[in-house]
Design a binder for this molecule. Structure first.
Ligand code: ADP
Length: 433
């Protein structure tokens, strides 16, 4: 375009000079100069006129119709016209895209808020407006923590640790699950989901299981009592004794199942983090070894290989149940003569309770599922060894309440390592006496 303009300017100047020179040759210098000057003035006036038309055309709301012009101005009009039409088309496309994006956002079943650097609201959908009691047009640009001031929410948002979701309980009693995800460098997305119905159904299921388990306890105690009495009957035949023994074993199993179900319901109902009382790892491990040894009856070699000096901050009863579950599992899934090692180590501020065995091991496809309730990689073995199918589910819940994790490494036929990973926030130096 610029090149075209320059070319036009040069040729105009050359034309004017040629006309002036031609006329000057025939009629003298003065007349030649006068003709050249007049030509320049005519040319200038012509361009001014087109310039005016150009400005008026640019300022008009519509570019149609395209003004009629030849030469340089014809080209300028056409080029600008094409460029403007292209821009208009792109703007329309962009607008349509934005509309589609907004429609998608608005039809999501979850609340979505896009916030930038200092938690200023950039955009939000109607579900988010409802969940947080916001007004889209008024609250855009305001800080989310200024318009939704629930202290727990503000603490969660500003904490920066959003691996776990949080549950909001607005005044209307709903349960809103919140998650925060980073979106690019300086943007975050806050997603809210109404979990009221799911949580209500879950609470009903938990109450049902807890009530049934509780109600089963009394009849079970009576049955066990009578079976024990009958077992002591001196007139009973060997066959009758065998039957009573079998019935007693099954009643015991049922009792263990009821106990585990009640433990699980209690752990599930208590959503608050576990207390932070001092737990001596030595006592904890020794207690688990005692339980393991009593189950093993000398069939395994159970050893505590290392105990770090740090102590654990947690709930002693729950931690005992978790570690004991791992040790008794190791006994149950390790053939006679096997070795079970237990240790407590602290590495880089993170605590590890390791329970390793050289037992039957777990198939790779089962490892991620063994903490599910009643999931067993080997059903018959689990029942044979008196398992309830809830041991690792209890461990998982206890660890969750302690912000701890369970890691499992295992090889079929070679053995397993169950590792409880305790975060630094739940480890403390032992106080010197
Ligand atoms: P169960 O009562 O069936 O043992 P758990 O919840 O304690 O229930 O364990 C779930 C499953 O995990 C078990 O059925 C078993 O297949 C597997 N498992 C647990 N501990 C071990 C272990 N130390 N070695 C091999 N398999 C194990």
């Amino acid at each position: 375009m610029i090149q075209f303009f320059l070319r036009y300017a040069y040729s105009s100047i050359i034309c004017v000079l040629c006309v002036g020179l031609g006329v000057g040759l025939f009629f003298g210098v003065i007349v030649g100069l006068a003709v050249a000057l007049i030509s320049i003035v005519i040319l200038f006036t012509l361009h001014l006129r087109y310039f005016k038309i150009f400005i008026e055309w640019l300022e008009s709301p519509s570019l149609d119709p395209l003004p009629e012009a030849k030469g340089l101005w014809g080209t300028i009009f056409l080029k600008v016209y094409k460029a403007r039409k292209k821009t208009e088309k792109n703007a329309l496309k962009l607008h349509e895209k934005e509309q589609r994006f907004r429609q998608t956002l608005n039809s999501l079943p979850d609340g979505v808020i896009l916030v930038r650097k200092h938690w200023e609201i950039e955009l939000l959908n109607p579900i988010a407006e409802r969940d947080f009691g916001l007004n889209g047009s008024e609250d855009i640009g305001k800080r989310l923590t200024d318009v939704y001031k629930d202290p727990e929410f503000v603490r969660y948002i500003l904490s920066g640790s959003w691996e776990q979701s949080m549950i909001l309980t607005p005044a209307d009693g709903r349960k809103i699950e919140l998650r925060v995800f980073p979106a690019g460098k300086k943007y975050w997305i806050v997603v809210s989901r109404d979990e009221t119905e799911i949580m209500r159904a879950d609470a009903m299921r938990r109450d049902f299981v807890a009530n049934v388990s509780h109600e089963l306890r009394t009849p079970l105690t009576v049955i066990k009592g009578f079976l024990e009495l009958q077992g002591d009957n001196p007139t009973a035949t060997d066959e009758e004794r065998l039957h009573w023994k079998m019935m007693t074993d099954q009643a015991e199993r049922m009792g263990a199942l009821v106990d585990d179900l009640l433990t699980l319901s209690r752990l599930e109902r208590d959503s608050a983090p576990a207390v932070k009382t001092e737990v001596d790892p030595q006592e904890l491990l020794e207690h688990a070894v005692e339980d393991g040894a009593s189950l093993s009856q000398g069939r395994h070699c159970i050893t505590v290989t290392h105990i770090a000096s740090e102590i654990i901050l947690g709930d002693i009863k729950e931690m005992r149940s978790a570690v004991t579950n791992l040790v008794t599992n190791a006994v149950r899934y390790t053939p006679d003569g096997g070795k079970i090692n237990i240790s407590w180590t602290v590495i880089d501020g993170e605590g590890h309770i390791d329970v390793s065995d050289n037992g039957v091991g777990i198939a790779p496809e089962d490892i991620s599922r063994v903490t599910e309730r009643f999931y067993r990689s080997d059903k018959s073995r689990s029942r044979e060894t008196g398992g309830t199918g809830l041991g690792l589910a209890i461990v998982k819940h206890v660890l969750f309440r302690h912000q701890a994790k369970l890691q499992i490494e295992s090889k079929l036929g070679e053995g397993s390592i169950f590792r409880i990973v305790i975060p630094g926030s739940r480890i403390s130096k032992r106080k010197e006496n």
